[in-house]
Design a protein around this ligand. Structure first.
Ligand SMILES: [Zn+2]
Length: 402
């Protein structure tokens, strides 16, 4: 059994110890087992430590059948030697802060409102707990946050104790334990009593501070996102940077930001509406101009043109406006839109050309899809030919179908 130095002192950053085994696991990854280790293996919601053994990076630490496996970037050249191990202290201390913070947060929710924590996740940026409740109010969250930060300020001890099953009854545990031996309790006197195998600082003051960031419904529970310690500063820094940029961009003070954004959105909505109206008016003028460009091809009066990058909705609206101006024409409008060809074909009320057979002839040429009535139809497909070539085919199909 490896001596768990992280339990003897969670502050052990480096250590020397003999290697007891070096082997490959089923997946072919090298790992070593040590006589003693300060590397915490993934467990109890807390991620594993990283660091190095004799300068070789430890990329993962897992406890498999009570064997603590240190997965290395490359195997140790001499597996008989005593090796020197160093853990990434910043990462570990951050985990200790988040983990101890979680204990305090869960304890405060239970103490103040009897809200039970059902799970904990220590994330890379943000940690979460899930509470077995359906709703949480702003007021409750603030109260819990204040309580946690008061307990942090009071700098109470955080004690870790090994006890046997009989001794357990002396402690007001929050949750019934799943294990019956090697029971480790983590205790903040008069506040929190928990079975836990993680690493924690020895005082609440080292958690430094806790901030609840947000909460959301997660199935039938409430998921609370929070940060502790240096992460609070990091969050504040990130949010401040965003706010500072926004105050500059919006030319509004921090407190007036929401109002400024609301105004901006309202403005943009009004502008969109105005642009839509102007476009519709423009189409009316465009339609009038097209109405005077009637060509006679094989005895049939036709208006045709090719656009670049014009939405099909505009083509439709333009075609409708043109047939409102002239009644004895057939209209072919084509748009070359990136790698697509889109078109509208329509007839005026005095024309009797049927658009359906035209569509049937044209769509296969461009691998296209479309639909419409005998008097008005549209389609689109691949740009297998140019817009002009497509117009020619439309004109020809128009003469042959009649
Ligand atoms: Zn814990």
């Amino acid at each position: 059994m490896t001596t768990k130095l992280y339990y003897q002192s969670p502050y052990t950053e480096s250590f020397s110890t003999p290697v007891t085994k070096q082997a490959k696991d089923e997946a072919g990854n090298w790992f070593v087992v040590l006589e003693g280790t300060a590397f915490y293996p993934t467990g109890g919601g807390q991620p594993h430590d990283t660091g190095n053994l004799n300068g070789i990076s430890v990329v993962d630490v897992q406890e498999v059948d009570s064997e603590i496996r240190h997965y290395l970037e490359s195997p140790l050249p001499d597996s008989n030697a005593v090796i020197h191990g160093e853990i990434d202290w910043n990462r570990r201390f951050d985990h200790m802060q988040q983990h101890a913070g979680q204990h305090l947060l869960s304890a405060a929710f239970e103490e103040l409102f009897s809200y039970k924590t059902v799970s904990f996740h220590l994330g890379k940026e943000i940690s979460t707990i899930d509470l077995a409740i359906k709703d949480l109010t702003e007021k409750e969250a603030v109260e819990v946050e204040n309580t946690v930060n008061r307990v942090i300020r009071e700098n109470r001890p955080i004690e870790a104790k090994w006890v046997n099953e009989q001794e357990l009854s002396q402690y007001p545990l929050r949750k019934k334990l799943a294990v019956t031996e090697n029971i480790r309790l983590v205790i903040v006197p008069d506040f929190d009593y928990n079975g836990c195998g993680g690493t924690h600082p020895e005082t609440t003051g080292e958690v430094s501070t806790l901030k609840i960031l947000s909460w959301e419904k997660q199935r039938k529970q409430i998921r609370i996102s929070f940060v502790c310690g240096n992460r609070v500063l990091k969050q504040l820094h990130q949010k401040q940077a965003v706010l500072t940029q926004l105050t500059g961009l919006l030319n509004a003070p921090e407190q007036g930001m929401v109002e400024a954004v609301k105004r901006l959105l309202e403005q943009s909505k009004n502008q969109d509406k105005a642009i839509k109206e102007v476009k519709e008016e423009l189409i009316q003028y465009e339609a009038k101009s097209f109405a005077s460009q009637v060509e006679t091809i094989s005895g049939r009066k036709i208006i045709k043109t090719v656009f670049q990058n014009r939405p099909i909705a505009e083509l439709q609206s333009l075609a409708r406006s043109i047939i409102a101006e002239v009644s004895n024409v057939v209209i072919f409008l084509v748009a070359e839109n990136e790698d697509k060809l889109q078109f509208v074909c329509a007839r005026g009320s005095a024309s009797d050309v049927n658009m359906k057979p035209i569509l049937e002839k044209i769509l296969p040429i461009i691998n296209g899809k479309g639909g419409g009535s005998e008097s008005f139809a549209q389609g689109g497909g691949e740009n297998l030919l140019s817009g002009e070539e497509l117009i020619d085919k439309l004109v020809i199909s128009c003469s042959t179908t009649f």
